[in-house]
Structure formats: structure tokens, C-alpha cells
Design a protein around this ligand. Structure first.
Ligand code: PLP
Length: 419
């Protein structure tokens, strides 16, 4: 044995060996949740490396390339030497371009209200850190994007889930949500269009939420990352556009979805100036800044032609209709028609009962036995445990292949799929 009691001889935890000498980790990190989509994507890729054919309906990203004019702008900026540190809140040009883009959603703000981050997820992380104290309550959608609850709990605040349901007239039951507000409630996270249900929150519900925010002195975190990807209105409505709401709203947005830029890592937030200064201070302490050439690509995305966004929405509508019809033709599966984003979120209660499975076990079976990668509703909270999430931002051929594989896995009604 070596003089340090064998530590230097040990294999690392990466070898899957329990290591008595492993450093003690902070409890808040041990209990920190992770986004299941990345884990399932990793497992799907590992199966592909073994020669398996997998249809990817797990990750929330468009399967198209970033539009060429945006790539060109990024490459040109790199060639022009925009490869150095930039100001922590973002470049003046991108902050201005974001501010100029906001009137399209009814919001008027100055560049000083805008902070740029490497991905909107980091903006969300920092905004919650800037606003919350341990012990605060935060209302988060359940089901919902997992980072809302995991980051809230990481701070020592308490995520309180409120239901979001595509079956509700306005996307959510605001009266039910109102009953969850207590003197400890500090903030409310809104996400419209919503991941994972694709629900868009209607005007009446937004007005009622704004009223609640004013009455109970709440901050709103409005995650509008799917705001351009709606099948009804031109763009989803922002709660920050309602009277007095810009002063109590942090808009979270980014380039990943509408401009197919997930790997570029480019997000932004729009918020009152004191919050923007606090968030920029956090960026200064974490990422330091967002790469200049990536921000130059963002300027091209916002100021350049928008036809790629319209084409994406048009293609997504066809894909949505195809997958929703195919899912509804399966026995024991009911899939509401989503109004935005690119997720189908069917209720598989009856199919699970027939097969005596949980949604997690069904998702696992679909991946391992049938080569279809998707996520169980439980990855998004406790409010949707008998659902599956399929990301349909893929090719129609992949959607058809997935449906072909789902039919024997889940079954079709005795009298066959409706025509
Ligand atoms: N918000 C929601 C609701 C999302 O679904 C995602 C990504 O899936 C993000 C934020 C983060 O996006 P990004 O960090 O790529 O900008």
C-alpha cells in the first residue's frame, strides 16, 4: 500500500469504483437535478456507437443547420479578430439589436436592460440567483423545464409547482395558481410556449397573472425561448408588454431554437436595470463574457432576413400535425394539439395500465428495444408522470419511422388507426 493509505493507487470514480478518498462534495451539488434530455441523448449515442439505429426525439433542438448568413457573420467576426474578451453584459451592438427586436412582442427597453450570456440557461441561472434568497418560494410550472426547480432548490429557495395543461382554455388555471401564493412567494416562472406541453398562455391568463404579480409584489421570470415558434399568432405575447410589468419581469430568451443555434450557446435576458447590473456581475464571476464572434452571429440573426424562422415554423406545423395524428392513433394514447414549441406530450395512462408499466419504463423500452429516444413526463416534475415527451423538430421521415416503431411497441386500437 502507498504511504497515503492507497489513495494514489486507486482507480477514479469514473471507473465506477467507490472511492473512500473521493473529495467531499457540497450537499447542494449532490442533490442538484440534471436535464434528462442530455442523459438520454448520451445513452442513445452510445447505442448508436454499438451499431443501433436510433430515432432521436429526445433533445429539444431543431435538426436544421444554422442559417448560412448567421454562420458567415460568426466566421467573418472571427477572421476580423473578435476572438478576445468582451464586456460582461454583452457587446453594445448585440444589446442594441436585442432592444430593437423587442417591440415585435410589445416590449420597449434600452440596451442597458439587456444582458447577454452563453446560452439562455445561464441567464436563467443568474437571474434566479440575483432575485432569490434562501427560504423564498417560487412558483414554477409542473410539468416544466427542469432547471426552474433545480436551480431554485440549489439556491435554498422552494420551488412550488403549478399545473400547466394544454386542455385548459388559456393554457393554465390561474385561479388554481393564485391559491399557491403565500407571503413567502417571491417570484413566478412563466414559460409560453411551454416545454414540455407546447401550451401557449393566452392574453386573459397573462393579464390575470400580471394582476397577481402587482398585488403580491412578485417578480416574473418569463421564459420566451419558444416565443417565435407558435402556430397561431405571429409571436407569443410577452407578459412584460402589459402595463407596469416591465419593471417586475425578467425575460429569458436566446437564439438556440428559432435560429437553430443550440451549439453556439447564445442567450439573453431583458430586465430592470438594477437586476441587469446584478446579473452582469454574476456573468463577470462565472463565464466572464460571451464570445464576441458568437455575439456577432447573434446580431446577424436578429437584424438579417427572418425567412428561415418562418420556414422553420411552417415545417414544424406539418411535423406537429403528423406526429399528433400518429400518436392519437395508438391504443391508450391521447395527444393534445400543441400551440407552439416543438414537443408532443401525449397522455399514455391507458397504454401504461394495459402494459403494467411506468412512463419511465416505457421510455426505456422504446429506446432499448425499439430504437426511439424520448423522455418520460417524470423528467419534467411530478405533474405529468403518465406522459411521454417527443421532440418533433426532426425530419418527417424520422417521425414516420418513430411512429412505425411505436405501433408494435404500444399497439393500435382493434379497429385500426383512424383514417
Ligand atoms: N428554456 C427552455 C424552456 C428550454 O426548453 C431550453 C432548452 O431546451 C432553455 C431555456 C435553454 O436554452 P439555451 O440554453 O440553449 O439557450
Amino acid at each position: 500500500m502507498s504511504s497515503d493509505g492507497g489513495c494514489t493507487d486507486r482507480r477514479t470514480a469514473a471507473d465506477g469504483v467507490a472511492d473512500a478518498c473521493a473529495p467531499r462534495l457540497a450537499r447542494r451539488v449532490v442533490s442538484l437535478g440534471v436535464e434528462a434530455a442530455f442523459e438520454v441523448l448520451g445513452r442513445a449515442r452510445a447505442l448508436e456507437a454499438q451499431g443501433r439505429d436510433i430515432v432521436h426525439l429526445e433533445a429539444g433542438e431543431p435538426d436544421i443547420a444554422t442559417p448560412p448568413h448567421i454562420i458567415e457573420a460568426g466566421v467573418r467576426a472571427m477572421r476580423n479578430g473578435e476572438t478576445r474578451y468582451t464586456p460582461s453584459p454583452g457587446t453594445a451592438e448585440l444589446r442594441s439589436a436585442v432592444a430593437e427586436s423587442l417591440p415585435a412582442r410589445g416590449v420597449h427597453a434600452a440596451p442597458e436592460n439587456v444582458v447577454i450570456t452563453p446560452g439562455s440557461k445561464l441567464l436563467l441561472f443568474h437571474a434566479l440567483h440575483a432575485l432569490l434568497e434562501p427560504g423564498d418560494d417560487v412558483l414554477v410550472p409542473d410539468p416544466g423545464y427542469p432547471a426552474y426547480a433545480s436551480v431554485t432548490a440549489f439556491i435554498g429557495a422552494r420551488p412550488i409547482g403549478y399545473p400547466v395543461d394544454a386542455a385548459c382554455a388559456d393554457g393554465l388555471d390561474v385561479e388554481a395558481l393564485a391559491t399557491l401564493i403565500t407571503p413567502r412567494t417571491r417570484a413566478l416562472v412563466l414559460n409560453s410556449p411551454h416545454n414540455p406541453t407546447g401550451t401557449t398562455v393566452g392574453h386573459a391568463a397573462l393579464e390575470r397573472i400580471a394582476e397577481l404579480a402587482r398585488r403580491h409584489d412578485l417578480m416574473l421570470i418569463s421564459d420566451e425561448i419558444y416565443g417565435r415558434l407558435t402556430f397561431g399568432a405571429e409571436a407569443a405575447e410577452s407578459v412584460a408588454a402589459l402595463p407596469g410589468m416591465a419593471a417586475r419581469t425578467v425575460i429569458v430568451d436566446g437564439f438556440s431554437k428559432a435560429y437553430a443555434m443550440t451549439g453556439w450557446r447564445l442567450g439573453y435576458g431583458v430586465m430592470p436595470v438594477p437586476v441587469a447590473r446584478a446579473v452582469a456581475k454574476l456573468v463577470n464571476n462565472s463565464a466572464a463574457c460571451t464570445p464576441g464572434f458568437v455575439q456577432a452571429a447573434g446580431v446577424a440573426a436578429l437584424r438579417g432576413p427572418q425567412d428561415s424562422v418562418s420556414a422553420l415554423v411552417c415545417a414544424l406545423r406539418t411535423k406537429r400535425d403528423r406526429i399528433v395524428a400518429g400518436l392519437n392513433a395508438l391504443s391508450g394514447v391521447t395527444c393534445p394539439l400543441p400551440g407552439g414549441a416543438f414537443y408532443a406530450f401525449p397522455d399514455v395512462t391507458d397504454a401504461l395500465a394495459r402494459m403494467d408499466l411506468t412512463a419511465g419504463a416505457l421510455a426505456e423500452r422504446l429506446l432499448v428495444d425499439h430504437g426511439v429516444a424520448c423522455l418520460p413526463g417524470s423528467a419534467f416534475g411530478v405533474g405529468a408522470e403518465r406522459r411521454l415527451r417527443f421532440s418533433y423538430a426532426t425530419s418527417l421521415a424520422s417521425i414516420d419511422t418513430a411512429l412505425d416503431r411505436l405501433r408494435p411497441a404500444v399497439g393500435v386500437p382493434q379497429d385500426g388507426p383512424p383514417r
